[in-house]
Design a protein around this ligand. Structure first.
Ligand code: FES
Length: 135
């Protein structure tokens, strides 16, 4: 059974964990999967677990208004199901056309079995939250 390897969630001044909100349970992702999550005060995200890391990207392809959560985890990225652009999970950048713009990426924290996603997208590339496979 996998267990998260990150420490406690740091609180911010308002008492919420640094603008992070619960997106899903780690167990919902399996070892190599994704789920769509509606955030209470922001856009929907697609949470992806692959290669022992968890990532979150805006659930809207930058090419057309299409849910990336309908796609598949492929070759370390997230493939759009409509036209096939493959998005880097750390930067949100597509590998090539038809998408030409990056999708927003969100920082992720693990708190026990809870996957927390920062509501405001990160300004640049982020590292995925690490999932330890040792317990
Ligand atoms: S809608 Fe995603 S690549 Fe076209």
């Amino acid at each position: 059974m996998s267990s998260p390897s990150t420490g406690p969630v740091p609180p911010n001044r308002s008492g919420s964990p640094g603008g992070f909100v619960r997106a899903c349970a780690l167990g919902e992702l399996g070892e190599d999967g994704l789920v769509r999550a509606e955030l209470p005060a922001g856009p929907a995200v697609v949470v992806v677990r692959t290669g022992g890391h968890v990532y979150a990207l805006a659930d809207r392809c930058s090419h057309q208004d299409f849910r990336l959560s309908a796609g598949e985890v492929f070759d370390g990225g997230l493939e759009c199901a409509l036209h096939g652009s493959l998005f880097d999970l750390s930067t949100g950048a597509p590998d090539g056309p038809p998408a030409t713009r990056a999708v927003p990426v969100h920082a992720v924290l693990l708190d026990g079995d809870e996957v927390l996603v920062q509501v405001t997208p990160a300004p640049g590339a982020i590292d995925g939250a690490v999932v330890s496979t040792s317990s």
